[in-house]
Design a binder for this molecule. Structure first.
Ligand code: WQD
Length: 343
């Protein structure tokens, strides 16, 4: 089987994708600079699959490091690129770090793919590129809106870079996957979302509040134009999301499409509000989440959820987990972290 390079493979979505790749029979090599993850994730992956993925600690913005990686692994035929800084708020304060890390990583990979016979790259993009959509649910044809953060802008620019490089005749393909809101953890509770410091994303903050690490969850606004006033998102189970990556890489390596570039929205198609999500968590786990309504968070989109029909029909992929099961998986992971004394 062709080997798959997973950049950022010890991260949240990367680690879940490595598990699915291994279980689909693909040999994997991970490169990660461990700036927002740790080596223990490799142990967790091995406990799930029984296969320890090859791991290279390294910075993908360093061309020497990446060149050596391809020399050491000449059987790399596909890449899934997760390696990126991804906190919207942080990107507002550290734009140079975000542009340098996210764009130089991609440029280095694209530069090395041709000479090393790599057939394709799956790119981790985001529904952020749609900004505040004119209508929901959002299809891949929805207009790209001006990014409201350097993070979101790096996703838009990266998509444009990939398009320009491939249209210039590069000898490889790309599948661009636009995620909605990835949530939950592997059902084994061996891997999950492990943010450094105070979580920015909703679910880690919610489960840390439920377990008592955080005192109270702040709900950022209930005066939006939505049924209960809180923001609406499309929360997609991270394992469902990971499975889509395996389908995408297989599609590329087996040349199942004539298109050199394909773009897919990966969501459930269901819009859920913050307050609804808190209720789903409480009912699914029996655990209360102390919360209060506070002011809006700058930059928040009011409502965005996917029309996943294109991915359903073309990839033959569909998100199947229930939100209740997904919330239970997030809670089981939080309990495991306490059991391990991690937090
Ligand atoms: C979800 C909802 C908040 C925290 C971002 C990026 C996206 C992707 C996922 C990387 C919003 C509300 C949150 C809290 C809250 N990033 N919220 N209290 O902003 O939709 O998406 O993260 O891949 O690209 O844009 O995710 O989890 O931060 O927020 O009320 O303590 O929860 O207002 O409505 P977001 P989020």
């Amino acid at each position: 089987m062709d080997r798959i390079l997973v950049t950022g493979g010890t991260g949240y979505i990367g680690s879940h994708t490595v598990v699915e790749l291994q279980q689909a029979g693909y040999p994997v090599v991970i490169i990660d600079d461990l700036s927002n993850s740790n080596r223990e994730v490799i142990d967790g992956i091995e406990r799930i699959t029984g296969i320890r993925p090859d791991f290279v600690e390294g910075d993908c913005t360093d061309m020497q490091t990446l060149s050596k990686l391809f020399a050491d692994y000449p059987d790399i035929k596909g890449i899934i690129n997760f390696a990126a800084s991804k906190a919207v708020g942080e990107s507002m304060h550290k734009p140079i770090l975000y542009y340098r890390n996210n764009l130089n990583t991609l440029l280095n990979l694209l530069d090395l793919m041709g000479p090393n016979g790599v057939k394709g790259i799956v790119f981790s993009s985001s529904c952020t590129v749609y900004g505040e959509p004119d209508e929901n649910p959002v299809t891949e044809k929805a207009p790209i809106k001006k990014a409201t953060s350097p993070y979101g802008n790096t996703k838009q620019i990266s998509e444009e870079i990939i398009t320009d490089v491939i249209n210039a005749g590069a000898p490889f393909k790309s599948v661009i996957l636009r995620y909605f809101n990835p949530v939950g953890a592997h059902p084994s509770a061996e891997i999950g979302e492990l943010p450094n410091g105070v979580p920015q994303n909703l679910i880690p903050y919610l489960t840390q509040t439920a377990i008592g690490i955080r005192q109270e969850l702040s709900v950022f606004g209930n005066d939006y134009d939505t049924p209960d006033g809180s923001c609406i998102r499309d929360y997609i189970n991270v394992v469902d999301l990971a499975k889509a990556h395996v389908i995408a890489v297989k599609r590329m390596l087996e040349n199942k499409s004539d298109a050199k570039i394909e773009i897919f929205n990966l969501g459930t198609g269901n819009g859920v509000s913050v307050l609804e999500l808190i209720n789903v968590f409480e009912e699914a786990t029996g655990v209360k989440v102390p919360h209060k309504i506070v002011g809006r968070r700058a930059g928040d989109i009011e409502k965005v959820w996917a029309n996943p029909t294109y991915a359903n029909e073309v990839l033959g992929w569909k998100a199947t987990s229930t939100l209740a099961d997904t919330m239970r998986s997030a809670w089981a992971w939080q309990l495991k972290l306490r059991e391990r004394g991690v937090m």
